[in-house]
Design a protein around this ligand. Structure first.
Ligand code: FMN
Length: 216
């Protein structure tokens, strides 16, 4: 792919990026319709995930895409695992039911996994970070395509039972379930807020020249 033309429409590209990033929203399976996602759109999502940054080019992201009847097997496994691994005192019927229903409400569920490199040269945290970047690429792409998406991480996904259901190796990890579907027509695109970034930023040192204005 040729490099993006730096001279033209910089401001427009910046505006597009701002809009895309700030309008990306989590929409849960209850807000999804049962309309199928075209396979070529799913492939674009996965391809964009594949362009995430990766230290040492390990490309540790692995995706297991559940569609159709396979979602029932996933739902059954989630419920069985929850039942078997949750002490009676903390078992919640509503959580149990949600684990069974969510995969059937979304037309596609992607189990997002991290493949641990054999030689373990790259710190594990960086492999997890790379997978998170891949999920974010997928989520941004989904929002750009008008898809509803939800990164879900019930505690059971980190356990050995789900790992074995997904056929992962011992040092691999499941990092989440990424639910995808078209939003229901009766639901408005959700809004969200963030506390000011100034509360989370410390500026160290000063800029030496004013720089070229970028913000339209
Ligand atoms: C690693 C990760 C795990 C998440 N797991 C859950 C989850 O288990 N349940 C949930 O309701 N939301 C989960 N979320 C989504 C957040 O709730 C959501 O991003 C947050 O509410 C902000 O909304 P927004 O994505 O629309 O900006 C997760 C997000 C991330 C990054």
């Amino acid at each position: 792919m040729p490099p993006i033309d730096q001279s033209s429409s910089e401001a427009r590209r910046l505006e597009d990026a701002i809009r895309l990033i700030r309008n990306r929203r989590t929409i849960k399976p209850t807000g999804m319709s049962d309309e199928e996602i075209p396979a070529d759109l799913l492939e674009v999502l996965l391809e964009n995930a594949n362009w995430a940054p990766t230290h040492g080019m390990t490309e540790p992201w692995r995706f297991k895409v559940f569609r159709g009847a396979a979602r029932t097997r996933l739902a059954e496994s989630l419920q069985r695992t929850y039942k078997e691994t949750t002490p009676e005192s903390s078992f919640r019927q509503d959580k149990f039911e949600k684990l069974g229903k969510n995969p059937l409400l979304a037309p596609v569920v992607i189990a997002v996994c991290m493949r641990r490199q054999e030689i373990e040269k790259i710190p594990e945290i960086e492999e997890i970070e790379a997978v998170a970047c891949a999920v974010h690429n997928m989520h941004l792409t989904a929002s750009a395509a008008g898809l509803a998406a939800f990164w879900s991480s019930p505690p059971i996904i980190y356990g050995d039972e789900i790992k074995s259901f997904l056929g992962l190796e011992e040092k691999d990890r499941c990092l989440g379930l990424f639910y995808l579907g078209f939003p229901r027509h009766d639901e408005p695109w959700p809004e969200s807020t963030r506390r000011p970034v100034s509360e989370k930023t410390e500026w160290v040192g000063e800029q030496t020249s004013p720089g070229k204005p970028q913000i339209p």
